[in-house]
Design a protein around this ligand. Structure first.
Ligand SMILES: [Zn+2]
Length: 350
């Protein structure tokens, strides 16, 4: 339910929301202060998620004001490549680049999927059966599932905002006035198989675009969508087609060029013209100085194993089982030593 400016009143942590005509208004107390001045709030939306009430606040925020000489320069164009491994890869005009890692976000998705499956398996016996709909057990079951879903969604959203924030901060530092973003939404229509389809959905490309555009606009940076076709498969040095690399490095078989695939794409995207006009293509400036940022470092799966993010970090490093202590640095573990002794023993000896 959404209410617009003039219909609701905000008073500190209390929100007064009109209900049906002739009935008393609804007062909602907030858990924390609204992060905007009251006069800037334009609309409020009341949401119910996992049995909890949330208030979404939309506010009109002035575009950032910069001291003279520090404002984004419209002549300085950066290119942004949206991806799965790196939600954002950015190439600036002076050979500087930014790579935002999405590893923690992917770990969160995997963990959530694994946890959901494990929970289903654990409660399968007690799960509400058909005909039990509306029962207390059914309600508890559903409530728990919604709670977990909501937490997962909030975690991912938070990490996506962090990722976009680091792009905009970096662009402001580079005085980039225009960001050309490769629009990959054409690829979403192609059938690519069950597994990859899931990956594309989790990627949530539309939201990555939206969040970046919002934050950039507030910082006084213009975002333009450009056609990204071929940017990750064209050599920036000799402009020949290169087959899609398997790893992160693009190596050109026609010339000696080699570089980071996502940054190469971002640099090519920077030279593309919105609408695809037939102007002479500008020279591609490849990033030489690259800044790395990680999105979602607060997530529980961050910094954990690629295989199973729920395993403790020490277990992911070696072949040591989960119950055994971590091997002391630089030495063999007790388990390995014991195994060596065993081989020298005669059969039957204890
Ligand atoms: Zn080449």
């Amino acid at each position: 339910m959404r209410w617009y400016h003039g219909t609701f009143t905000l008073d500190g942590r209390w929100v007064r929301i009109p209900t049906a005509k002739g009935t008393s208004p609804l007062w909602v107390r907030l858990a924390r202060d609204v992060p905007y001045p009251v006069e800037q709030v334009r609309s409020v939306t009341l949401l119910c998620e996992g049995g909890r009430l949330f208030l979404d606040v939309t506010a009109e925020v002035p575009v950032a004001v910069y001291p003279p000489g520090e404002q984004p320069d419209p002549a300085r164009v950066g290119g942004v490549d949206l991806g799965i491994i790196h939600p954002y890869a950015v190439a600036g005009p002076d050979g500087e680049g930014l790579l935002v890692s999405g590893r923690a976000i992917r770990a969160e998705h995997r963990m959530h999927l694994a946890d959901t499956k494990a929970r289903r398996r654990a409660v399968a016996r007690r799960a509400p059966k058909r005909g039990e709909k509306g029962s207390r057990r059914w309600r508890q079951y559903r409530r728990r599932a919604r709670l977990v879903e909501g937490r997962h969604r909030r975690r991912v959203r938070q990490a996506q905002h962090e990722a976009a924030r680091s792009v905009v901060s970096w662009a402001v530092g580079q005085r980039v006035g225009v960001l050309h973003v490769g629009d990959p939404r054409g690829v979403l229509d192609l059938p690519v198989g069950r597994r990859h389809n899931l990956r594309l959905r989790q990627w949530q490309i539309g939201r990555l675009l939206q969040v970046l555009t919002d934050k950039a606009t507030l910082a006084g940076i213009t975002v333009r969508l450009v056609d990204e076709r071929g940017t990750s498969s064209t050599c920036p040095a000799c402009r020949m087609r290169v087959s899609k690399p398997r790893g992160r490095t693009l190596s050109c078989p026609h010339c000696a060029f080699s570089g980071h695939r996502d940054l190469v794409a971002a640099a090519s995207i920077a030279t593309r013209v919105p609408g695809g006009g037939s102007t002479t293509p500008a020279a591609v400036v490849l990033p030489e100085v690259v800044t790395h940022r990680r999105a979602g470092r607060h997530l529980p799966g961050a910094g954990r194993s690629r295989r199973d993010p729920r395993r403790p970090a020490w277990a992911a490093r070696g072949s040591v089982g989960p119950r055994r202590p971590a091997p002391p640095p630089g030495g063999e573990s007790l388990a390995q030593q014991a195994r060596i002794h065993n081989t020298h023993r005669k059969p039957g000896e204890r």
